[in-house]
Design a protein around this ligand. Structure first.
Ligand code: SF4
Ligand code: SF4
Length: 97
């Protein structure tokens, strides 16, 4: 299942999309340890699979939390290689900005 976490405001759309079907097959959960801001956690979903989620605290602060990884502007342009997406070689994670 695809899940979207985040928000939009006057400056843009800040969502992280996670493909839970991919997470269900993941053994190392590298996103959790790779993220310096603690954005991700692992939880059981409705199908009893362990999947990555964006923590409640992070959902409304994604632009701010991710700005050290993305650069000062933190929006627009070509997305940099991020610790979280690098740690997820099967591409379950996507950022909207
Ligand atoms: S987001 Fe990627 S690294 Fe994290 S649990 Fe899912 S598949 Fe694994
Ligand atoms: S961009 Fe950086 S702070 Fe944001 S979720 Fe990925 S690793 Fe964490």
């Amino acid at each position: 299942m695809i899940a979207n976490y985040g928000y939009e405001d006057g400056s843009g759309f800040y969502y992280i999309t996670i493909d839970g079907d991919v997470c269900a097959e993941c053994e190392h959960h590298g996103c959790v340890t790779a993220c310096p801001q603690g954005v991700y956690a692992i939880e059981l979903d409705d199908y009893d699979d362990l999947v990555a989620v964006v923590t409640e605290n992070a959902r409304k602060r994604l632009r701010e939390l991710c700005s050290p990884c993305k650069g000062q502007n933190g929006s627009g342009g070509i997305q940099r290689i991020l610790p979280c997406t690098s740690a997820c070689p099967r591409g379950a994670l996507r950022h909207s900005w």
